[in-house]
Unconditional design. Sequence first.
Length: 312
Amino acid sequence: MATHNIGIIGFGKIAQDQHLPAIKGNPAFDLLAVASKRGLKPDEAKHTFQDYREMLRALPDLEAVSICTPPQVRHQIARDALLAGKSVLLEKPPAATLSELEDLKAIAKRTGVTLFATWHAQYNHAVDEARAILAGHKVKRLVVNWKEDVRHWHPGQQWIWQAGGFGIFDPGINALSILTRILPEPIFIQQAKLQFPSNRDAPIAADLVFSSGDAGEDLQAHFDWRQTGPQTWDIEIETADGKHLDLAEGGIRLAIDGKAIVEEPSEEYEGIYARFARLLDSKQSDVEDTPFRLVADAFMVGQRVTVEPFMD
Ligand code: NAP
């Protein structure tokens, strides 16, 4: 098995909490460098840079980079990395717009390197089980409740409230990535109600109605960033033949008809890096854009409602 020299670009919360330990824990990777605008210099990196472009120029042995910045700047950085011949792992959401992602796909294809758009919430055993159980069934009812406290999970992060920061869809896209993985048929945004704080450019809550084209279905999602106390990341599904699935806690617990089937600790980023190593070894790309399309569609057809200002 080849060892892949990898760099991290953007050394914020997710890079420190998840990418760094997942890379360190996977013998298929060697952390060659970190590029941090703020000048962070983690001991684990052999080289550190403030400017990622300098990192791309200075290290011919660098094979791949993980881009862990906010989405608004991801396209330019990914473009520069791909054009420098590096393979690229994209944190979610993979870009700021669908056109940017199409551009990255085309460059990766042209340059023959790996492009991997990650959806961390898909890497749980309960999600795989739910997908297997739902295969071949019709979904009659779906209720997603993805409700969390933004002050707890995103303290001081301003980019999430700026245009292109996605607001509540930053966590909500995780729920959508689970749906697109497990549902047996594609779903479409039929209605969306997006609540924007009067002082922000991104929504704090969203209510979505989906359709799959079947009559008599009831498919909904409710995302909210104002939930204090216990947090909710639950998906409830009823099939036309009466099966009831509860996928709870962000996709780590699955119960069928009230009986627990899977309850395993989350190892999402271990799964992401295991997959990235396989993609690099086989020189393949994996860019699944359906969750991102659903978010774009929600913004496209969504009704905008102004709500009270949000103060950090
Ligand atoms: P964060 O803590 O704000 O970190 C982002 C980092 O990116 C910053 O600390 C900065 O690091 C770098 N950066 C910021 N602006 C930049 C710019 N203009 N150009 C280059 N680099 C810039 O945010 P985060 O929570 O880690 O989220 C980053 C991405 O990971 C988001 O897309 C988010 O959806 C995703 N994600 C987050 C979580 C989570 O729980 N937080 C979970 C899963 C996925 P340096 O100063 O070191 O360069």
